[in-house]
Structure formats: C-alpha cells, structure tokens
Design a protein around this ligand. Structure first.
Ligand code: GRF
Length: 201
C-alpha cells in the first residue's frame, strides 16, 4: 500500500490515485499525510483516502509507527514541503519527485516556481523532472527515472512548470511501478526480511 505525503494542490496525488485505479500503477493509495490543510487534503477526502494532517516534523520512530500502523509499504512525496527522517525499515521505499534534472536545482527552498526561476536564470537549454529515492537530505538520493524537455525562448517560470509537470504525470507512476515490481520479483523477495514494509503494495 502506498502513502502519499502532500502540502499543495494535490494534482500529483490525483494522478497517482487515477493510475492506481486504472491498473497502470500496481498499488493502492491507502493513506495521505499532509503538512497542512491544503487542496491535496480535499483530493484525498473526495477519494475516500484516510488523511493525517500533521504540521510539525516527524521523528523517525513516529513516522515508522504511523506508516506501519496503516500498513504502508511505499511512500511517495508529492509536493511535501518538510524534510522526513527515513525510518530504517523504509530505506529505499520513500520516493520523491522534483521538477528539475537533479542533481542540479535541488536542495532546501528549491520547490515549485523557485526551481523553474533558477533554471531560467541559469540559461540551461533543458529541464525536466527527476524521481529519486529519499535519503535524509533534500533531493539527493539515487535517481530512479528522469524525463527531459526543452527550455524554450520566451519561457516563463509558469510555462516551464507546465511543460515539466506534463512529464511528471508519466514519470512518477512509471518510477513507482518499476520500484514496486522489482521489489516484488522472486529474487528480491528471497532476500527480503519479514519487516512490516516488505512486499506490501
Ligand atoms: C510537483 O510539481 C512536484 O514536482 C513537486 O510538487 C509539485 C506537486 O504539487 N514536488 P501538487 O501535486 O500540485 O500538490
């Protein structure tokens, strides 16, 4: 089961729920954790997904308890604006999407239009999105999937954001599907312990 962590409008959450429903992502969104009341909380409630709203930071043991308490196997950060400590049993199972080609244009404060402004200011000819495994810092873990697009003459942060977001809609479900399927392949299952996170979709 997949938990989605949010702070924003919920477009990414809505996409992941739809991809689970149409079978292209072999998972079920069973929990949404929000850092504040926001559009994404409404998306979750409309879809009948349980929501935890928590304004403060999690300690790793608290996060571990929330995730295991809801039977969560995988976590997708979808515009979540807080840094998460990674519980030991969830290493490799917490994933983020970033609207630029990491390792460039990542880090604290680099979210939303800030990212696209920085890309335009740099003069880069290409941008895109990156799905990566989370470690204990912002935007630095191993990259799973990247998709690229051109930066066009006359682009504004908003126009670039829209082009990148169209890529995100494909890249995030694809990366999650790759990770979930490879973790449930026979070879992976043989080497896996019996932890609560193991094998859950
Ligand atoms: C996406 O652009 C993603 O790159 C970033 O947060 C945005 C999603 O926010 N991490 P939302 O889906 O509109 O709430």
């Amino acid at each position: 089961m997949l938990a989605v962590f949010v702070s924003g409008t919920g477009r990414t959450l809505r996409n992941l729920i739809a991809r689970c429903a149409d079978g292209s992502l072999p998972a079920r969104v069973g929990l949404v954790v929000a850092s504040r009341e926001c559009g994404a909380v409404e998306v979750a409630r409309d879809a009948g997904v349980p929501v935890v709203v928590r304004a403060g930071d999690f300690r790793a043991d608290e996060l571990d308890a929330v995730l295991k308490g809801h039977g969560v196997g995988w976590v997708a950060l979808a515009g979540y604006l807080r840094l998460l400590p990674i519980p030991e049993d969830y290493r490799g199972r917490i994933v983020n999407i970033h609207p630029a080609l990491l390792p460039e244009f990542g880090g604290s404060g680099m979210h939303g239009l800030h990212v696209h402004r920085a890309v335009l200011a740099s003069g880069a000819g290409r941008s895109g999105c990156s799905v990566h495994i989370c470690d204990d810092r912002y935007d630095t873990g191993p990259i799973v999937v990247q998709r690229e697009c051109a930066v066009l003459p006359g682009d504004t942060p908003e126009s670039l954001a829209a082009r990148v977001f169209a890529l995100e809609l494909e890249a995030y479900p694809e990366a999650l599907r790759l990770l979930i399927e490879s973790a449930s392949a026979p070879q992976a299952a043989a080497g896996r312990g019996a932890g609560a996170a193991g094998g859950s979709r």
